[in-house]
Design a protein. Structure first.
Ligand SMILES: Cc1cc2nc3c(=O)[nH]c(=O)nc-3n(C[C@H](O)[C@H](O)[C@H](O)COP(=O)(O)OP(=O)(O)OC[C@H]3O[C@@H](n4cnc5c(N)ncnc54)[C@H](O)[C@@H]3O)c2cc1C
Length: 203
């Protein structure tokens, strides 16, 4: 559980880069030391916009007072986000949500679909501190963006990828890559994918 009370801040954009197709990485600078935990998210509102509802985004990474968000273009807000420039301000409430529970030793399989990669990427950073774990990351997505995702992972993590259009890795759904269901499994992505993962691993 998060022990840090959520704060409301205007954060400055450090960078906002297109990674691949319709996926972007946004970096925001925080003035204070706030510890964010894997599994947590923030709620974002753009300045000077008519946006009414805040939009939730998982913490992709947080280091040296820089919070990173991996986002996909979907509608109005993510489209406006893609136009953010260095030094622009965004209105953010964070941290929200809970931390992932963790095993002490053994095999861990992480299964992501689309931008579900973001929270699991942050989790991997933490799991790597425990030398008694072996990590396998199964990354699923529509197309080549998964290769950009894979490049964020250190070599200590064994990675397999599946794409719906077959442009990278195995063609098909990421759930086809789940072979060994021993140990811990974490999954993040669309609800249909989570249901398919559950069907695959239930005993
Ligand atoms: C806890 C949480 C964490 C999230 N983390 C991330 C993240 O790390 N990166 C990221 O890109 N997105 C993430 N999302 C989804 C993100 O909040 C939406 O993509 C965003 O709100 C879309 O805003 P928009 O105004 O651009 O699109 P809207 O105009 O609100 O929607 C445009 C279209 O996208 C569809 N859509 C909206 N939200 C989703 C969704 N969650 N999944 C699939 N389709 C959707 C709508 O049905 C609609 O068809 C997260 C959602 C939650 C609840």
């Amino acid at each position: 559980m998060s022990t840090v009370k959520p704060v409301h801040r205007k954060l400055r954009v450090v960078s906002n880069k297109r990674l691949a197709s319709d996926h972007y990485l946004l970096e925001l600078e925080v003035d204070e030391n706030i510890s964010l935990l894997p599994g947590q998210f923030l709620q974002l509102r753009l300045e000077d916009s008519i946006q009414f509802l805040r939009r939730p985004f998982s913490i992709f990474d947080c280091e040296n007072k820089i919070i990173k968000i991996l986002y996909k273009l979907r509608g109005n807000v993510t489209s406006l986000m893609s136009k953010l420039k260095k030094s622009d301000l965004v209105d953010v409430i964070f941290p929200l949500g809970n931390h992932f529970p963790q095993p002490e030793k053994g095999k861990v399989v992480l299964v992501s679909g689309g931008t579900g990669f973001a929270p699991l990427h942050f989790l991997v950073k933490e799991l790597l501190n425990n030398k008694n774990l072996t990590l396998e990351f199964l990354i699923g997505g529509k197309g080549r963006e998964v290769e950009a995702f894979k490049n964020f992972l250190p070599s200590a993590v064994s990675v397999k990828i599946a794409t719906e259009n077959g442009s990278a890795g195995e063609k098909g759904l990421v759930t086809n890559l789940i072979a060994d269901i021993e140990g811990w499994i974490y999954s993040a992505g669309p609800i249909a994918m989570l249901k398919a993962v559950y069907e695959k691993i239930k005993v």
